[in-house]
Design a protein around this ligand. Sequence first.
Ligand SMILES: Nc1ncnc2c1ncn2[C@@H]1O[C@H](COP(=O)(O)OP(=O)(O)OP(=O)(O)O)[C@@H](O)[C@H]1O
Length: 270
Amino acid sequence: MRVRHGPGVALSVSGLTVDYGPVRALREVSLEVPEGGFVAVLGGNGAGKTTLLRAVSGVLSFHGGTVRDGDVTAHGRPLRGLRPDQIVADGVVQVPEGRDVFARMTVGENLRAGALGTRRDRRRTAATRARVLELFPVLAERDRQKAGLLSGGEQQMLAIGRALMAEPRLLLLDEPSLGLAPIMVERIAETIAAINRQGTAVLLIEQNAALALELASHAYVLEVGAVALSGPSAELAASEEVRRRYLGPASADDDEPADVPERTLARWAG
Ligand SMILES: Nc1ncnc2c1ncn2[C@@H]1O[C@H](COP(=O)(O)OP(=O)(O)OP(=O)(O)O)[C@@H](O)[C@H]1O
């Protein structure tokens, strides 16, 4: 696969191979998120989705992982070897898995923490905070409440809001729908779509393939650490293989043959 690095590309991952000690978690993974684009990575348990995000956001070594080979470039700048805070300063911000908010801090303090290290003046930080609260009005209502007392959905909103305080150009999301009630999943999904419409590129990691394919314009399927399939979301959603493995059986009134032949989907599986 040819991966571009220049302008117009928010993230390019090229031939990325990652190990945890003797365990190979990613094998020559390549993918691209265009500037302002919305790309999803699907895959079952242990496929390597979280590892991919760790490698991009620079926290792999905290989990005992090592990049063996490959490059990660954001907005044309190589990220390999940078510290996580330098990567955030470059506009690449991850919403951690498990909506990891600071439970003992208030909602307001969590949001302020998201802006630390961005070296922006107070006025700009206040404007960013106002935009975040517009997206998540419930966070304004809960400003002085301890984050640990929020519901699961509200904690997810806070985790996303805190990431947005750093004004990302590329937002990395790790399974934001996990463990949430359907109504909350819908609200989070709508907000992520709105964030993307406002110009932020999104890389969404999801086990909920139906949701991911609805939101993203392009998707990659990881299987055992390698990209098995990729293509425009509509094509993947129509693919028999993706339906069978990730979307469940088609419903009775949905038995049209897939209108996109499998061969139109790029394949790298060995
Ligand atoms: N800190 C770690 N140390 C050792 N092995 C790890 C570690 N983290 C992940 N792995 C292994 O790396 C592989 C990929 O795991 P990863 O968590 O990236 O997958 P995933 O697709 O995010 O799965 P899930 O959806 O279950 O979180 C798995 O075999 C996993 O057991």
